[in-house]
Write a protein of this length. Structure first.
Lengths: 431, 326
């Protein structure tokens, strides 16, 4: 009995001592610098090297320059981050610095009072970024700083193209059809698409809409949610034309976008298909899906979505979107400083050198190491305008209904008119 | 006895005797302790009730509440829309199709898993070599987590590169071009095959347990009367495990109505919404699209449908069992 109590007392003492030393250590660290001891939580989706390591270094540099600030990083796969953020918004508990994709989603978050207005605090950076920031503005106020803005286009395997005797990437829809036929003749599956996740399939419709509709019609549709212009039906018809070639990988209706070697990105990365239409993140995704971590390596090629004959849209207009750093309403002020630092020339240049995306700070434009990404950047900067992905622009509800119906179009179970009708119906519910 | 006056006039002659005999078996209740007993019951039951309230009742109430609002999943819930969400759900073809898929799974489960499970249970109830091993093999899929089983099957069913397609191609059968899960007409049947693989073990286990409870004397008596093995099973064993079969069917119906995990992993409800269930519909509307009001309405409807089915089944089928036990 006695020994038992003594042992317990000893344990308590030890525990107490531990806490004391820990506390002592802690206060030592903080007070020796200058006291505040602020922690900033930061979520990002660069969960592969070199991006993950680079961001760790960036955080360390910021901590060194700002004594007392401690940055807690959580790097996760994109899909994981998106669902964790959604859960965070629901419970009202989001990280201090996180990614916003802009459009309707951001507008909802702003309406709920969860995102901080950084128009004044980051006015310099906003001016530097220029027009690209528009997607992250609501009622003239800026809520996030885009750090990477990419455009969607075709990523292709240059080796397989050569094998099929294709000398130049297609520039019109008809030429794309020829390329598909050539690849099929060479026994190569032409295109992979992750229609199981719906949005990769929907990108085809977005792009044909971009080619069929004039900029005015599109800009108007995004704000008024009116899709009565006949160009939207024509967009669906163009998609039907593409589907008519049967260019997609077997099983594309349930193929996921980027999870695993048999996903659409995995098929391209492992040389099973010749091309895939995807966003600027594709090289990074492919690196994560191959054993050697190189993806397609120097066999990576890129060409923009081809022009469509007779379309009212600008053939150079691009579909794209990007990621921006936003600061939560309840975050410490240092978080805003950190976001500004993330957009600085220094960090953006490193970001470009590590091929982590397409920098929005023009100081970094020349530093993009990856030739494919550099080409993409040229297209982006040459584009008369970059249309934000429709599903992002319209918000999850309308965007989801739209993507759903486009997936049905891919399955041959909906007509081009159905796509417009379903989108309009979902939009009417919103207002 | 004190209750004689109460039971006497209601139950005449023979039943009265039975009732009285039953009463005698019950320990006589001391007068004046009713409140104490009630207090005891309250004390013992309240922790469980509190847990129920927090983890069952409260979520149910908030789902019902959500279903009357238009709500994006964050911010204040202040846009009251009345029954509008219910109208939208019931008019949505995707939802009505999902209900159809649920009931297809219910019916197929009973039509296919019941005879299959019963047959296997009868076979495994015989004294054959390796019986333990066979029982384990049949039961293992049920123990594997549904999501893990789903991922494994998803890989096996990969079009072109999956094991199943490779095997089929090698023996000269052309697998469907879009794969088994990607072809709209084949998707639901394929999912059902996987579900059967997964849940057959439970049926077999329950039926085997029921068969163990059938006394050997009955088999011996049947044998003495010259009944064949099949006749013995049909006229003795199967009728005797009737209650077990009806309980299994009940579990199977409820499980089928709530089916989510396997389908979410295998198809996400696709292709072309051919494998949606009520549960995938409400997750799609809720977490994927942020229409929490619509998801709330769908979940209430799922609850009502499952509840009505369960009660109807209890009244029509299970009443026999509970009546027999009394």
């Amino acid at each position: 009995m006695r020994s038992k109590t003594r042992r317990a007392a000893l344990a308590a003492l030890c525990a107490g001592a531990l806490t004391l030393t820990a506390a002592a250590c802690g206060s030592d660290d903080d007070s020796s610098e200058d006291g505040s001891g602020t922690t900033i939580t930061w979520w990002h989706n660069s969960n592969n090297e070199p991006g993950m390591g680079y961001y760790e270094k960036v955080a360390k540099d910021f901590e060194a320059d700002n004594p007392g600030v401690n940055i807690e990083i959580q790097a996760m796969a994109h899909e994981d981050m998106v669902s964790k953020l959604a859960a965070g918004f629901q419970s009202g508990d989001i990280p201090d610095v996180y990614m916003e994709r802009g459009g309707g989603e951001l507008a909802d978050h702003v309406e709920a009072g969860m995102v901080r207005d950084i128009s004044d605090a980051a006015s310099e950076e906003i001016e530097k970024i220029g027009g690209s920031v528009a997607g992250w503005q609501v009622d003239g106020k800026t809520y996030a700083l885009p750090f990477s803005l990419g455009v969607v286009g075709f990523w292709y395997n240059t080796e397989l193209f050569e094998q099929a005797g294709i000398t130049a990437p297609p520039t019109t829809l008809t030429e794309l059809g020829d390329v598909v036929a050539q690849l099929e003749d060479a026994g190569i599956d032409p295109i992979s698409v992750g229609a199981g996740d719906k949005w990769p399939a929907a990108h085809y419709w977005y792009y044909t809409a971009l080619r069929e509709c004039s900029e005015e019609v599109l800009t108007d549709a995004v704000t008024s949610l009116d899709f009565s212009d006949p160009c939207f039906v024509k967009a669906g018809e163009d998609v039907e034309t593409i589907l008519g070639w049967e260019p997609f990988n077997p099983g594309f209706l349930t193929t996921p976008a980027q999870e695993g070697a048999t996903s659409a990105s995995g098929l391209l990365a492992t040389g099973k298909v010749a091309m895939e239409m995807q966003g600027h993140w594709e090289p990074g995704v492919m690196q994560g899906l191959t054993d050697d971590g190189k993806g397609l390596g120097d066999k990576t090629g890129w060409f923009p979505f081809p022009a469509v004959d007779g379309g009212a849209g600008d053939p150079a207009a691009a579909l794209g979107g990007g990621d921006a750093w936003a600061v939560s309403e309840e975050a410490p002020d240092e978080a805003v400083e950190f976001v500004k630092y993330l957009l600085s020339d220094e960090v953006q240049i490193g970001f470009a050198e590590n091929s982590m995306g397409l920098p929005t700070n023009s100081a970094a434009s020349d530093s993009v190491a990856d030739p494919a990404l550099a080409g993409l950047l040229e297209v982006r900067d040459a584009a008369p305008y970059v249309q934000l992905y429709f599903d992002t622009a319209f918000g999850t509800s309308v965007g989801g209904a739209m993507n759903d119906e486009i997936a049905l179009l891919f399955a041959g179970e909906a007509s081009p008119e159905d796509v417009v009708e379903a989108t309009q119906a979902a939009a009417d519910q919103e207002s | 006895m004190t209750h004689e006056g109460a039971t006497g006039p209601v139950a005449p002659t023979l039943t009265a005797v039975v009732t009285r005999r039953d009463e005698r078996r019950v320990a006589p209740r001391p007068v004046g302790t009713g409140w104490r007993q009630r207090l005891e019951i309250v004390m013992f039951v309240s922790p469980a009730l509190a847990l129920m309230a927090v983890f069952v009742l409260w979520p149910v109430i908030s789902a019902v509440r959500m279903s009357f609002y238009r709500w994006k999943g964050f911010g204040p819930m202040d846009q009251w829309v009345g029954l509008d969400n219910y109208r939208l759900v019931l008019q949505d073809e995707v939802f009505t199709d999902a209900v159809m898929h649920n009931f297809t799974i219910v019916v197929l489960s009973i039509l296919i898993q019941l005879p299959l499970g019963l047959g296997l249970a009868l076979l495994l109830n015989r004294r054959i070599r390796g019986r333990g091993l066979l029982r384990t093999i049949v039961f293992v899929p049920y123990v594997v987590a549904e999501v893990i089983a789903g991922v494994v099957w998803f890989q096996l069913l990969q079009p072109q590169y999956g094991v199943i397609d490779t095997v089929l191609t090698n023996i000269g059968i052309t697998p469907p071009e879009q794969g088994f899960l990607g072809t709209p007409e084949l998707a639901l049947p394929t999912v059902f095959v996987v579900l059967t693989w997964k849940y057959l073990g439970l049926a077999v286990l329950l039926f085997l347990a029921g068969l163990q409870g059938v006394p050997d004397e009955l088999y011996e008596a049947a044998q003495l009367d010259g009944a064949s093995w099949w006749q013995t099973q049909r006229s003795v064993a199967i009728p005797l495990i009737g209650p077990t079969i009806r309980t299994w069917a009940f579990l199977s119906i409820i499980g089928s109505l709530q089916q989510f995990d396997m389908i979410w992993v295998l198809t996400h409800g696709g292709p072309a919404n051919r494998t949606t269930t009520m549960a995938t519909y409400l997750v799609e509307q809720g977490t994927e699209r942020g229409n929490y009001g619509i998801a709330g309405a769908a979940s209430v409807l799922l609850f009502v449908i499952a509840f009505v089915t369960a009660v109807a089944y209890q009244v029509v089928v299970m009443r026999r069992d509970t009546a027999v036990q009394r």
